[in-house]
Design a protein around this ligand. Sequence first.
Ligand SMILES: Cc1cc2nc3c(=O)[nH]c(=O)nc-3n(C[C@H](O)[C@H](O)[C@H](O)COP(=O)(O)OP(=O)(O)OC[C@H]3O[C@@H](n4cnc5c(N)ncnc54)[C@H](O)[C@@H]3O)c2cc1C
Ligand code: SF4
Length: 426
Amino acid sequence: MPVKSAGVLLERAARAMGYTAFLAPFAILSQPFNGRPACIHCGFCNGFGCEVAAKSSTAVTMIPQALATGNCELRTGCTVSRINTSDDGRVNEVVYWEEDGTEQAQLAKAVVLCANGAETPRLLFLSASAQHPDGLANSSGMVGRNLMFNGSSNAAGLFPEAINGHKSIATTRVIHDFYSIDPKHGFYGGGGIDSRSLTRGLPMASAMRRGIFSGASWGSDFKRGLAEEFTHTASFNGHCTTLPLSSNNITLDPEVKDKWGRPALRTTFMNHPDDIATMKFFHDISMELLDAAGAIKKVGSYARNGQTGGVHLLGTCRMGDDPATSVVDRFNRAHDVPNLFMVDGSSMVTSGRGQPTVTIMALAFRAADHIIQAARRNEIWRTGTRESRQGMAKVAGVSGFEPETHGLEGRCSIQLSYTPMTRTRH
Ligand SMILES: Cc1cc2nc3c(=O)[nH]c(=O)nc-3n(C[C@H](O)[C@H](O)[C@H](O)COP(=O)(O)OP(=O)(O)OC[C@H]3O[C@@H](n4cnc5c(N)ncnc54)[C@H](O)[C@@H]3O)c2cc1C
Ligand code: SF4
């Protein structure tokens, strides 16, 4: 990908300060590949779908491949309400609403739950049963705990020349000189600094910042400031560690309900003091980098109060060898339920250094291989039972496997043969 202006500024500043800015890794096509075109640099990457399918989301990579096998069915617009268990505590059914509210139930030999670090624990809590009174797969009491978001810092600079950060992909250069901060600083942490547009390149988001450098929030001065700030601003952003703390968690809200009448998610979160020190560290270095890059004005922030939040939802069904202190094993299989797998950000034990998704994907591929092997060993479902004779489930990130009909020789197919059962809603 061609380097953006903000990347050039970061490179220049890094060189001046003795750091190394290198190509930011991105799952975006720079050249046509596999029937998909190259990026057209429209600038709407961050938070939006890609109109030409150059951004490698699962919607244009994995899912079409799975559908092309003929062994996968995608049911869109559905919301899972609970996962049911049989008398022996194994999962055997997924209950969900179709878009129009019709309730369906899908029998399942195995369930792979991939609803993310917030919704996966919520569904496990909502799936409590006589066999799993504290929530499905929660005999350890660890479901929902150790929520992590990744820390961040933001340092924005106004430059005399046009930057036009709203064009093209989010970032092209990153510094990893502080991937692991020297312990001599007195706290644990690490991460990277990349160069971005201040407001994800969105004109309205820029306007909502209300004259961040000009100070004016209305009238002609505001308009002049807005025109200058939208085009002449670069942001050096820190992305860093969040430590796992058992007190940071997802639980069910006792009062608030969603539109389906389910208890809403309740998030309890306060950063560890080392997380705040790490964010400050990245904030301070980024402000120095802005000076070195030639910014004429600058402003920075980080979550001084320890109340970070964000789009990286990690750690609420942590992986581990000990069933007393973790929810899934090293291959994402629930310790308590041999035919249940949690394969998403929830299994992460640490927050890594910033962007978690490639790690989540790598763990998912590894889990898939092990699910196939476990199925071959007949460990996941038992032959001759009701489960083994009936269909399998896939519900928005929940996949089932059907070795009898599609065989496990070679590769395990994702098989979604099923017998939907329409139920009346209460
Ligand atoms: C704006 C934005 C920018 C980001 N940028 C980056 C980045 O640059 N790099 C990076 O590494 N990460 C980035 N992330 C984070 C990345 O998107 C997540 O880490 C990743 O998607 C997590 O994968 P997951 O499988 O855990 O969950 P998700 O991708 O969240 O998948 C969960 C799926 O389950 C579905 N679901 C949940 N509950 C139910 C239910 N009850 N019934 C049916 N379906 C349900 C959801 O609709 C969703 O489709 C970004 C996220 C956002 C929002
Ligand atoms: S900038 Fe992002 S959204 Fe736009 S074409 Fe490129 S990859 Fe797609």
